[in-house]
Design a protein around this ligand. Structure first.
Ligand code: FES
Length: 127
């Protein structure tokens, strides 16, 4: 039996929201120095709400599955709500991850936080 849930396999095989957003309102780029995997997350924000999210992940299957699930989870959420999404919540939404793969979901949480930080930075400049 696979150590991965059906949901993980599904998001790995058919990742949602792969790609880049043109003129994104926020970009988050993070990497894990141990495994070398890299995740890029793009968000489009309108009236403090994340209206679109896309990702490019160069990494393991769990990293791809968590990025995919994360983009699905943040769409339609306000920035404030999105900031409350933890790596655990993403892993739970995927019906769990094997313990040695939990760090892959941490990458997703960090990418989101970094994209939101970038969004705030950009907003400051516009003002
Ligand atoms: S093994 Fe590095 S993110 Fe999954």
């Amino acid at each position: 039996m696979s150590v991965y849930s059906e949901k993980v396999m599904d998001h790995f095989r058919n990742p949602r929201n792969v790609g880049e957003i043109e003129n994104p309102d926020g970009v988050g780029k993070v990497g894990n120095p141990v495994c070398g995997d890299i995740m890029e997350l793009y968000i489009k924000v309108k009236d403090e709400k994340i209206v679109d999210a896309k990702f490019k992940t160069f990494g393991c299957g769990a990293a791809i599955a968590t990025s995919s699930m994360l983009t699905e989870m943040v769409k339609g959420k306000t920035i404030e709500e999105a900031l409350k999404i933890t790596n655990k919540a993403v892993a739970e939404a995927l019906d769990g991850l094997p313990p040695i793969k939990m760090h892959c979901s941490v990458l997703a949480e960090e990418a989101l936080k970094s994209a939101i930080k970038d969004y705030y930075k950009k907003k400051e400049k516009v003002k």
